[in-house]
Design a protein. Structure first.
Length: 158
């Protein structure tokens, strides 16, 4: 009879503490996700500034996986193809501070919204999406839109 009481008491105590443990596990899991999202955003922003702002092409391997997948139809897959392409596109361009308007991360995806100047002085809105794996950028998508002089609505693009 005493054994049954101890088992019942143990079950009651376990059930009382279980939600707190689950809440702690969820909190810990949420903290881990937030920390990983921040780490992924930092990786992408550092890559963007280093490559496109500072024109430091020697650091590209630090950020891109060799098997980098490129969805821009003007660029071939692979980190080596990207390095060759970016050096050609940015040849002679001055260093600049990248104008990040928004950045967000959701798991392994990082979204960056940028304000870029075109060679003619006009503005371009760019959105880049990067997939990160093992602290390297492994995949990329982008969309570009020129900012018109006049808009059908009063809302700015940035």
């Amino acid at each position: 009879m005493k054994l049954i009481r101890y088992v019942a008491l143990g079950a009651i105590l376990w059930s009382c503490s279980s939600p707190k443990q689950k809440e702690s596990d969820n909190s810990s899991s949420a903290s881990t996700i937030i920390a990983q999202n921040e780490k992924n955003k930092k990786l992408v922003l550092d890559f963007y500034q280093s490559t496109f702002g500072d024109k430091n092409f020697d650091k590209i391997d630090q950020y891109l996986a060799p098997e980098y997948i490129q969805h821009n139809p003007k660029v071939a897959d692979g980190a080596e193809a990207f390095k060759k392409g970016v050096q050609e596109w940015l040849k002679g361009a001055p260093k600049t501070k990248i104008d990040v308007q928004h950045v967000a991360a959701d798991g392994d995806l990082v979204f960056v919204h940028l304000k870029n100047k075109r060679p003619d002085g006009g503005l371009k809105s760019t959105i880049d999406i990067f997939r990160v794996k093992d602290n390297k950028i492994v995949e990329h998508w982008d969309v570009h839109q020129d900012v018109p002089e006049k808009s059908a609505n009063p809302h700015p693009m940035f």
